[in-house]
Design a protein around this ligand. Structure first.
Ligand code: ATP
Length: 202
């Protein structure tokens, strides 16, 4: 699945709505210090379901909302919209009914953040799995931020394995395995309870 366009509004330093086209192949973001290169990368990770405020260089998730400057007041909300090309139909079944996917995440002060895919409200987990299956999750090695190469070289083998799993698109399987194990445990508890009830009846 290719990223086609990204639209930001009220996100960190991108206070006014801005839309950027993302072409095939390698995309580099260049510009002077402080112009918002890292903020842009963070916007992509955020819309893909990043849940750690720390990895967004903030104390809390609301820190992604434009905080104001000497000349402009702070905003109360931030929106990021990512358009994906799903013509290869690799999206999970629930999203696989169109060639284009529009993933939106928005956050409002005091109200938290929510997600929509093609206009439908979805859970954070659904969005995370959508990208994990496409090998482009929020921690994907396809997003190379400053210092990332050095960090990968110095990473412990376990951390490098996580990177490889993300690149192979199998990290979503771990989430599903955890879900399945939880359901299995719940079923086992129910069976034990059923045994108790049956013994009480006999
Ligand atoms: P460098 O090359 O120095 O790493 P960069 O191009 O990656 O810089 P960013 O780190 O993306 O730049 O952007 C930093 C700018 O974003 C700073 O001017 C900072 O004040 C601004 N900024 C970050 N968060 C917010 C926010 N919530 N509201 C308003 N501005 C913000």
């Amino acid at each position: 699945m290719h990223f086609r366009r990204i639209r930001l509004a009220g996100f960190k330093s991108f206070v006014d709505p801005v839309e950027l086209r993302i072409d095939d192949g390698l995309t580099g973001v260049v510009g002077p210090n402080g112009c918002g290169k890292s903020n842009l990368l963070e916007a992509i990770r955020w819309v893909m379901g990043e849940s750690s405020a720390k990895s967004m260089r903030g104390g809390g998730m609301e820190d992604v909302i434009f905080a104001g400057t000497d000349r402009r007041p702070a905003r109360d909300a931030a929106h990021v919209t990512l358009h994906l090309d799903n013509s290869s139909r690799r999206a999970p079944a629930q999203f696989n009914d169109s060639d284009d996917l529009e993933v939106v995440r928005h956050i409002e002060r005091g109200l938290g953040s929510a997600y929509r895919v093609n206009g439908r409200d979805v859970r954070q987990k659904d969005v995370q799995l959508l990208f994990a299956d496409a090998a482009t999750g929020a921690h994907s090695p396809a997003l190379v931020s400053q210092g990332r190469i050095g960090a990968i070289i110095a990473a412990k083998p376990q951390d490098r394995r996580l990177l490889l799993e993300e690149a192979a698109g199998i990290s979503g399987l771990h989430v599903r395995r955890k879900d399945a194990e939880q359901r299995l445990r719940a079923a086992e508890t129910n069976l034990t309870r059923l045994d108790d009830v049956l013994q009480g009846l006999s």
